[in-house]
Design a protein around this ligand. Sequence first.
Ligand SMILES: [Cu+2]
Length: 432
Amino acid sequence: MFRQNAYFIALVLSITLIFSSFSFPFLNLPIYAQSPATHVSQQQYDKIKNCATDLSKKPTPTEYLTYFNCGHVSTDQSGRTVRQFTLIVQEHQKIPISYEGHIFDGWTFNGTIPGPTIRVTEGDLVRIRVINSNENEHPHSLHTHSIHFAKNDGVSMGGYPGGAISPGRSFTYEFIAQPYGVYPYHCHVDPIADHINRGLYGMMIIDPREPRPQMTEMAMLLNGYDMDYDQEGPTHLPPAALFEPSQGEKDAKLTEGANSNETSTDANVTEGANSNETSTDANMTHVSATPAMKNTGEKDVEKQDAGDSERDNEIYTVNGKAFEYMMHPIVLQTGKQYRVYVVNMLEFDLVNSIHIHGSMFDYYTAGTDETSDYNTDIVTLTQGDRGIMEFTYDYPGTYMFHAHQAEFTDLGWMGLFDVRGDPVNHVAHSST
Ligand SMILES: [Cu+2]
């Protein structure tokens, strides 16, 4: 009797496993950093998350702070929450990016730069349909960070249809959201720097199954605009021939080398070291700069080779518009806890940062852990880098937050917290 039961159970189990691997191939994925099961319903959780009710809204930069698009929600046969999103790519959108009349000729996901903040819960089945509008000139794609199958990665390598969606076509990317954290998403079509600089990027938050401690939440996406967008960067290595010295230059270099050896033998060591340095510098300059290129006599090649190294941003912002939160300070209350999801999508500048005045924050790198990495008032972010900040203010007043690169601050990346309420931390300060 027991054996019969065991056989029966084994049979049912194996049928279930075979069935589930066909129906839900994602179950074969290793589960990474999974958070504990949630104690709240999906509806309750979406309320806690402050999920937007109007999914077709084009949030202004100020609304962007708290606009969380949690998608159209349904449940599949297994009871799994399914979240569906539609992102429409449109080129040549006139985006106001300052209060001084600067209009950016942007490419957008759903009409805004940055695109909407996509918010899901770990374990959700996420479907994002990307439509490349008919009137567009370029192929586009959606590359989300986090774990997924290669065919949903949105890159051209591997020849997947989602790697380059032609104008007039669409592709639906599908993945199980994991692990929890904060991520960038962006178009990954070459030249990537241009497709990003044009505005095709946004933030994706994957929440843990068990909600984080409840507090007021905001999204801050750091970006920049290179307004000289006519000049596209190179997508391939420049021809090696560009860097071959002419015979005359080779001769000059040989003479230079011989001279420096003579100097170091005859003269003192310091002088020798200096002359070696000089000749190294000369070589470096030679490789990276123009003399050899001028030999080709082709201005186009020279322009192409100039590439990203000559590109720079003229305007820097948080959430898309220069000085937005200086014009409209963010109102906070003393003693209240705040959580800010930060993503850096700056192109051309290698490093960005966020610094708050008058308080300190706990920082969670990439938001993939429950414990913070450190308590600080400034965090440095490279391209695509992100994390979560949590802080309170003890004292009322107006406080700046900005990039600690003064140039970025001057060019738009600066905002204000308008902290209201009574002091909450009565440390014996003598300030009056
Ligand atoms: Cu693109």
